[in-house]
Design a protein around this ligand. Structure first.
Ligand code: HEM
Length: 144
């Protein structure tokens, strides 16, 4: 069962952009890890200063495997450090690891197209019709 591991990183109010830059420089570092199913970096849009790194894993073992692997340390070192230079100061003030499993939900009308707005030209974004009704019947919230 997929497990969701969230690293909640609190940054000084004006440092969010730097955090985003550091993530952009390292996105992909975890892509080939066994059991890794993807992550999103979530930026707050209110006055909060806690950013969320929402990661998904096949199971607890695959997450723990990555957490204790050299790949984790490698992915968390900057390019400067990796080439023997000094470590830049961390952006975060503090971080917390939150652990969840998916206990319910819905893919929504755009189900099957994570990571982007619905594209009517993309068959994956067409609303599913599990009842197999007439293809031209209007589907709206007021239809029983
Ligand atoms: C749930 C899994 C993860 C854990 C437990 C974790 C752990 C940490 C910790 C403890 C920090 C330091 C926060 C601080 O400055 O207070 C950090 C920062 C960071 N992490 Fe992760 N991380 C996770 C996932 C990821 C992923 C998937 C990536 C992307 C490849 C990533 C890239 C980074 C980057 C770029 C920083 C900023 C480092 C800096 O301030 O220079 N992390 N992470």
């Amino acid at each position: 069962m997929t497990v969701v591991k969230i690293n909640a990183i609190t940054v000084p109010a004006d440092s969010g952009d730097e955090l985003a830059r550091r993530f952009a420089a390292r996105a992909g570092a975890v892509d080939n890890q066994d059991g890794f199913e993807g992550f999103e970096l979530l930026k707050p849009t209110d006055e909060r200063t806690t950013w969320l790194v929402v990661t998904r894993w096949r199971d607890e073992e695959s997450f723990q495997g990555w957490l204790h692997s050299p790949a984790f340390g490698h992915g968390h070192r900057s390019a400067a450090e990796r080439s023997g230079g000094p470590a830049p100061h961390p952006v975060g003030i503090s971080s917390e690891l939150w652990s969840y499993v998916i206990a319910g939900g819905s893919p929504g009308a755009a189900g099957g197209s994570p990571g982007g707005p619905a594209d009517p030209a993309d068959p994956a974004d067409s609303p599913a019709d599990p009842a197999g009704g007439p293809a031209d019947s209007p589907a709206g919230p007021d239809q029983a």
